[in-house]
Design a protein around this ligand. Sequence first.
Ligand SMILES: *Cc1c(COP(=O)(O)O)cnc(C)c1O
Length: 405
Amino acid sequence: MTFPAPIDPPARLLMGPGPISAYPSVLRAMSAPLVGQYDPFMTATMNETQSLYRDVFATANDATVLIDGTSRAGIEAAITSLVRPGEKVLVPVFGRFGHLLAEIAERALADVHTIEVEWGQVFTPSAIEEAITRVKPTLLALVQGDTSTTMCQPLEEIGEICRRHGVLFYTDATASLGGNDFEADAWGLDAATAGLQKCLGGPSGSAPLTLSDRAVEVVRSRSRIEAGIREEGDASADDFVRSNYFDLGMVLDYWGPRRLNHHTEATSMLYGARECARVLLLEGRNAVIERHRRIGDAMLAGVRGLGLDVFGDVAHKMTNVVAVEIPDGVAGDAARQAMLTDFGIEIGTSFGPLHGRVWRIGTMGYNARPDAVFSTLAALEHVLRRFGARVPVGGGVDAAAEALT
Ligand SMILES: *Cc1c(COP(=O)(O)O)cnc(C)c1O
């Protein structure tokens, strides 16, 4: 065996449902020198990052931090810290990630109830309220954008329903935050989590999280540190969060003014997460969402211009990803492979009921750009034809260009 060469990845344009190509400045930020855990620069950078993510989530929540780990670390921290064993959690499932929330809640020993709609659809507020009335959960756990179906669940009316029924409201906004409307406070969210590798334009490995004051009260009441100073006999074992790493009370004490040692904050990921939020807010939160909408619409017009059918209820499609039906007779996986090897462009396959039926094409973060749309559509046109589909010459790029004028 030859000794491995220094890392030298091939040039790729990542146009799948995530991860996507990171903003160059995020990669540069991540190569900045390390400092010690309690260096004044480190703690100041943590504070700055919290403040930036308050603006990204549109919240005044003091409890806005990063969980070190991929997006599901944020999900697991939120659910594990908010729910005691035996408490009821309601998960409306409209795609693969709803099943993930349910599975994580089950592992937290919650009494999990799900409702489902067909893939490609979203829930009405009344369907969610009906289930809340019937189940009487402690927590509603709801995905905002589920990349497996490309659907974006409207959330703006759900917080008020939860408030009326005394239910905590958590959303997984991993795939949607930064590219779709999101208002943590205005929508009455108690907890929201995300990741960097979708619209925020970074690598996976850090999970921004925010908690309302109501949610903070719950996690504080279950934290080991808090429990330790309670009267003997006050707390049963079930009161404690069943995880040290994901005990949000302890995580908040590490990020907060007390700076109580918990984990060692992942410094390079912190730099990267800070830069993701910085570039987003520099361009403007609404401007970035609008860019995702414009570029997503151009990709939608482009794939239709190639004669492809789009999966799901397009009125509720996320801005940043589209699912296209693979034309009859085209070998989906081989064609996707040709996109990668011949053009250096990655598009996504799909899961569960959609596997082999649709490709998923993303336009997010750094790659929500006209040239990335044109390159992808031009390559796709060639590959579709090579794999036996009849496609209008220039139909994709022309339609996308038209949509962008
Ligand atoms: C992509 C995605 C995740 C990814 O989780 P990771 O742990 O970062 O792989 C989680 N939730 C949703 C809704 C996603 O789209």
